[in-house]
Design a protein. Structure first.
Lengths: 402, 437
């Protein structure tokens, strides 16, 4: 081991540059991969929507001044049901993948306890219209669904929650029949998944969702979730839009347009920035690795060339080709290992700094060995070509120019 | 001497073109990544109104007049004020330029013709054009007496004037908003802040064109309301759009222009005294925590600019450093391979300083080449960003200033990357180098 470390220390400049390069690349890769994972999470997480192909949302109805009376909006809901090609209609205050408004609630928030951050959806037939899969308990009854909620005082009432939230709030037992912590809201059912309509960092929270029956009394952004029985989405949308325009048009806010969008399109739009960030981060990570690879190759190439004569001497003294090859690989391993150690410390330091200044999450420990393995493998890959060249140095070189 | 070094460097670039290409390409990629991120970062993280917004402060306080069961705590500073509080604060400090603002969106029409358009604008009380630095093209701002008399006057921008009247000089004409006529007293040049700072929130980064300025009093008389009807005391998070209940709702932001720290301190103590007095009188039910916020601070608090912008900048900066370390290593290898030439120059009497300068010129040249290659890459990068489905896409504009910054950066990158190798090669004693050769 000593005969590998000693020459490194005698001429430390090149190995030092490799160490620096590996360290920085390791620190960047760990943090970039972690950010990447957070951006990927909503793209791959289940959104809970069943049969999204025939689901459309009517949204973008903003009244000028006081909201439309709830009775008028429910009447419009019944009219929409009569449109040809419409299978079912649900009236809602917020819907997934439409970001006009969000209800958030910190369940179990008390002094000194932050609670669990959740998103709430209000609507009369959400479970059926969104095609959510009930895991236990029941859907809301028609009486519950017909309620108009007073947001100021009426925060209590039956709720349906997602499996992830149920497991988080009631880790040791069934959620159905219990009260939501800190409220008088009994959990009546549990659905498999339903994604929040606002992406907060971290992927566990994506599925922390609460459903409430009914719609707030005074609600300035009503929406309808519509299940179509016909494949002719354009025609159905046209008829529904003209119906809504006729019913509400006189009171619409100037500059706002009622929209009829297919759920898959809304999902694409909502996730587009995430997808863009995934491309960006994976591109950056790839380029970082390529740059590091070429850098190590270039530097090791010179480092080997410089020692041509001493390698020739070793070959003349009986070292085999494989010995030379192995020694250079081990040498690179030592240098890369030092770089990786420095890099991991730097990665944690950078992450701590980012946590303080940009409210980032803590880097999970699993990323450290991942980044380390990546960089060590990269180093070995980079040194392979120069090392093979070195191992082919003929012993005769040693006799020249001595 | 410099020209000779330059010729030497150019001659040497022809030898070992693969290595030169690798060095130049590495620098180009690093510079392009950094410039792309920097272009967006400087557009978004800078001042929304260059030279003006740094003196602007927004008034915040807990001005709730009813207790709120579902949200008793005052977690985040609140800038929404009632019309009576905004005017009371403005009237009490006539010497300080202050303006009360609310965003609005209205259909504006030509009363004598079919033309109309939906315009974004501001309902304002106070010298709004002067305080925000909106350039006037024709006419004048509304006067204090017009404001006090609640005269139906309006200032529009030249694009709206062109659209409605076919001419930019629309002074003296009338526009129709909500079935009421407003006389145009001034026409501004097209104007918008670089980023959204009025009604700041995480949903909008880039501001829209402000095409319409209406005095608050006249607007209220005509039923022309703000985009957001504000907080009306009953429940959190629900509000009306396009109309306001002036008695009940808090919907105006008050911005004060304060030039010196002394002015800020004086206004802050005046503000605290006003709010505390309201609290003592029983109007504000909670301790008011009145506080002024500077524009940038206020935007950061409301997360106007997503943190990804800063993270991308940090990432790009770290990547550039990585590229520079890479370049330093490659250049060291390149320079040290020519030890023999250096040794002969040294033996012929060149000082180490001259050798150092020669190599620095070479690395600087490579840096500039990298910068040249980085230019199309940066244009490509900003083009890609503009195609992205993100709210700040339009901010990725590569201008002349950014080009100059790129050239400086590339020269700097080349020289910095070359310092270590050049130093390494010029410190070798000539005798040993000749012997080694």
């Amino acid at each position: 081991m000593l005969h590998i470390v000693k020459p490194l220390l005698r001429r430390p400049l090149m190995p030092l540059l490799v160490v620096l390069q590996v360290a920085l690349a390791c620190a960047i890769a760990c943090n970039a991969l972690f950010l990447l994972q957070q951006k990927v999470a909503p793209l791959v997480a289940p959104d809970g929507i069943g049969d999204p192909g025939n689901l459309v949302f009517l949204h973008g109805m903003f009244p000028r001044g006081d909201p439309w009376p709830a009775a008028q909006l429910r009447g419009l809901e019944d009219e929409l049901r009569g449109v040809p090609g419409v299978q079912g209609v649900g009236y809602a205050a917020t819907l997934p993948m439409v970001s006009a408004a969000q209800f958030t609630m910190d369940v179990g928030k008390r002094d000194g306890h932050a609670g669990v951050s959740t998103t709430m959806y209000f609507g009369d037939h959400l479970v059926r219209m969104l095609g959510l899969r009930m895991e236990s308990g029941r859907d809301f009854t028609p009486e519950e669904a017909a309620a108009d909620i007073d947001l100021g005082s009426g925060r209590d009432g039956p709720v349906i929650i997602t499996r992830a939230l149920a497991d988080r709030l009631f880790p040791d037992g069934e959620a159905v029949g219990k009260l939501l912590p800190g409220t008088n809201s009994p959990v009546v059912g549990v659905v498999a998944h339903l994604m929040r309509n606002k992406f907060i960092q971290g992927n566990r929270d994506l599925d922390y969702t609460i459903l409430r029956p009914g719609v707030p009394k005074q609600w300035p952004a009503p929406m309808y979730a519509v299940r179509l029985a016909t494949p002719d989405k354009a025609q159905a949308c046209k008829s529904m839009l003209s119906l809504v325009q006729r019913a509400l048009g006189s009171k619409l806010l100037p500059g706002q347009h009622i929209q009829c969008d297919a759920y898959p399109d809304l999902r694409d739009q909502m996730l587009a920035p995430q997808r863009a960030a995934v491309w960006l981060l994976s591109g950056v990570t790839l380029i970082v690795l390529v740059v590091t690879l070429t850098g190590i190759m270039g530097m090791t190439g010179y480092w080997v060339q410089q020692r041509t004569r001493s390698i020739g001497v070793r070959r003349a003294l009986g070292a085999k080709r494989s010995d030379v090859l192995r020694e250079l690989l081990i040498e690179n391993l030592v240098v890369a290992a030092v770089g990786v150690v420095v890099g991991l410390i730097a990665a944690c330091g950078i992450n701590l700094w980012l946590m303080r200044h940009y409210e980032l999450l803590r880097l999970p420990v699993v990323y450290l060995p991942l980044g380390a393995a990546l960089l060590v493998a990269l180093g070995q890959l980079a040194v392979l070509a120069p090392a093979r060249r070195a191992s082919r140095i003929p012993p005769i070189v040693a006799t020249r120019a001595l | 001497m410099f020209r000779y070094y330059l010729q030497l460097a150019l001659a040497r670039c022809r030898r070992g073109p693969a290595m030169v290409a690798l060095v130049v390409l590495t620098m180009a990629i690093g510079i392009a990544a950094c410039m792309t991120a920097l272009t967006i970062f400087s557009a978004l993280e800078g001042e929304p109104l260059p030279g003006i917004s740094r003196h602007l402060y927004v008034v915040t306080m807990d001005a709730r007049e009813q207790s709120q069961k579902d949200k008793p705590a005052y977690d985040t500073p609140d800038a929404a004020l009632k019309w009576r509080d905004a005017t009371a604060l403005m009237d009490a400090r006539p010497g300080v330029p202050q303006v009360a603002l609310a965003q609005t969106q209205q259909r504006v029409g030509n009363p004598d013709g079919p033309q109309s358009d939906v315009a974004n604008g501001l309902l304002a009380h106070g010298p709004v054009l002067r305080e925000l630095g909106v350039p006037l093209r024709f006419g004048r701002p509304w006067t204090d007496s017009e404001q006090a008399a609640r005269a139906p006057v309006v200032v529009i921008d030249s694009n709206l004037a062109q659209k409605l009247f076919g001419t930019e000089d629309a002074v003296g004409r009338s526009v129709e908003i909500e079935h009421h006529r407003f006389r145009v007293v001034g026409v501004t040049a097209p104007w918008k802040p670089r980023t959204q700072f009025i009604d700041a929130g995480p949903y909008q980064i880039l501001a829209v064109d402000t095409q319409l300025f209406v005095p608050v009093g006249a607007a209220l008389d005509a039923g022309v309301g703000p985009l957001n009807g504000g907080e009306c005391g009953e429940e959190t998070g629900v509000s009306n759009f396009g109309a306001v209940d002036v008695q009940r709702c808090r919907w105006l932001e008050l911005w004060a222009a304060l030039k010196t720290p002394a002015e800020v301190a004086s206004y802050q103590s005046f503000l605290s005294a006003y709010a505390d007095a309201q609290h003592r009188a029983g109007r504000f039910v909670y301790p008011p925590h009145a506080k002024l916020y500077g524009t940038r601070e206020w935007m950061a608090l409301n997360h106007v600019v997503p943190r990804d912008i800063a993270l991308n900048m940090i990432l790009a900066g770290a990547f550039l450093v990585l590229c520079m370390i890479n370049v330093a290593g490659l250049l060291t290898a390149r320079f040290l391979r020519r030890q023999a030439d250096v040794a002969i120059r040294r033996a012929l009497g060149a000082s180490w300083r001259q050798v150092f300068a020669q190599h620095l010129v070479e690395s600087g040249l490579l840096g500039l080449l990298g910068g040249l290659l980085a230019l199309p890459l940066t244009l490509l990068g900003t083009w890609i960003v503009r195609k992205q489905p993100v709210g700040y896409a339009a901010a990725a504009q590569f201008g002349v200033g950014a080009f100059l910054a790129l050239l400086e950066l590339s020269l700097l990158v080349g020289m910095l990357g070359g310092v270590l190798p050049a130093w390494r090669v010029c410190r070798l004693p000539p005798a040993i180098q000749i012997k080694q050769a």
